[in-house]
Design a binder for this molecule. Structure first.
Ligand SMILES: Nc1ncnc2c1ncn2[C@@H]1O[C@H](COP(=O)(O)OP(=O)(O)OP(=O)(O)O)[C@@H](O)[C@H]1O
Ligand SMILES: [Mg+2]
Length: 315
């Protein structure tokens, strides 16, 4: 489903928390919103499910002004995983996940099946977790339950507010990988809020950068990391060129022809690796070039330091 914020603003007292913000998320797109604390990310997200009403402008879903729709009908299309998870402490895990299906009056059997399916999907074995209480979960487990709960009624739209904020970097990477896998299967329209740039680059089809209630830029990760806007540059950090190499696959660039002797170069790397991985291996092995191999091990090309330099210029 297509979403659109059309020149929305929100005032709290005299403060403009959101300032004439316009942006679209296309069908099946994973749109990341990023920006410093207090810049308006959560407020913009909550406008989609009408927890916040814009003072100016409109929000459209499939081209329809959501202010004109019955709230219950509208919210049924939306899964929401809130900042700080917010599991219901008096309900066990299964009942937490089942809260929306129950509101929708699904029958018991269907709810039980769906709950098990979701627990499996987010990597929490149902036999171990369904009956458990929220207070015994680790931060990462609780966040998975939050995601499962948002997915429960299979809504076409998913709003996720820093869903992986509370966990260590390793667990976070695992959750991100799982989420990308789930999203590639389900193809929802996702608005994902974070203030972690690496997470944004890893997950986003597009990234919207906000500052002080305004949209600064919305672009693919690749374009964002090449952008010259001073705020964007400060926000993306001094290692933005490396971050950009991390989001380009070797297979997606014009490689150098392979060396046509049986030995080739001394070291090889998979075509599915990123340019950052290639650079890292070159540094580690003190090589100016690597053979590039496909999954069966056949050499399909060569990547050289010059190929990396060409990419760094945004060629
Ligand atoms: N209900 C409210 N009443 C008054 N001010 C509010 C309210 N909700 C948000 N604000 C203010 O609006 C601004 C934007 O808040 P918002 O929660 O959207 O920020 P955020 O980008 O999500 O921040 P964070 O990264 O810390 O979660 C902040 O200055 C906040 O203090
Ligand atoms: Mg927030």
């Amino acid at each position: 489903m297509k979403l659109e914020w059309k020149a929305v603003s929100k005032f709290y007292g005299r403060k403009k928390a959101v300032d004439t913000f316009s942006l679209e998320a296309g069908e099946g797109e994973l749109l990341v919103i990023i920006g410093p604390s207090g810049c308006g990310k959560t407020t913009v997200l909550k406008m989609i499910n009408r927890l916040v009403r814009p003072d100016e402008g409109v929000v459209l879903v499939e081209g329809e002004n959501i202010a004109h729709l019955p709230a219950a009908v509208h919210r049924r299309r939306i899964g929401y995983s809130i900042q700080q998870v917010g599991l219901f402490p008096h309900l066990n895990i299964a009942d937490n996940i089942a809260s929306v299906p129950r509101l929708l009056k699904w029958n018991k059997k269907r709810i039980a099946q769906r709950t098990r399916e979701l627990l499996n999907l987010v990597g929490l074995p149902p036999d171990q977790y369904a009956e458990a209480w929220p207070n015994r979960l680790s931060g990462g487990e609780a966040q998975r339950v939050g995601v499962a709960r948002a997915l429960a009624a299979d809504p076409p739209i998913l709003l996720m507010d820093e869903p992986f904020g509370a966990v260590d970097p390793l667990t976070r990477e695992t959750l991100q990988r799982e989420f990308l896998r789930i999203q590639s299967e389900l193809g929802k329209t996702v608005v994902f809020v974070t203030h972690d740039l690496d997470e944004a680059v890893r997950l986003g089809d597009r990234i919207a950068v906000m500052n002080k209630g305004r949209l600064v830029l919305a672009a693919t990760p690749d374009k964002l990391l090449l952008d010259s806007d001073p705020f964007v540059r400060e926000f993306t950090g001094d290692d933005r060129a490396l971050k950009r190499l991390a989001c380009i696959r070797i297979a997606d660039i014009n490689m150098t022809e392979p060396i046509l002797n049986p030995a080739g170069t001394q070291f090889s790397i998979s075509e599915n690796s990123s340019l950052k991985d290639a650079l890292s291996l070159m540094l580690e092995e003190r090589q100016l070039q690597l053979d590039v191999i496909e999954s069966a091990g056949k050499v399909v090309g060569r990547i050289t330091v010059n190929d990396l330099l060409a990419q760094a210029e945004g060629a």
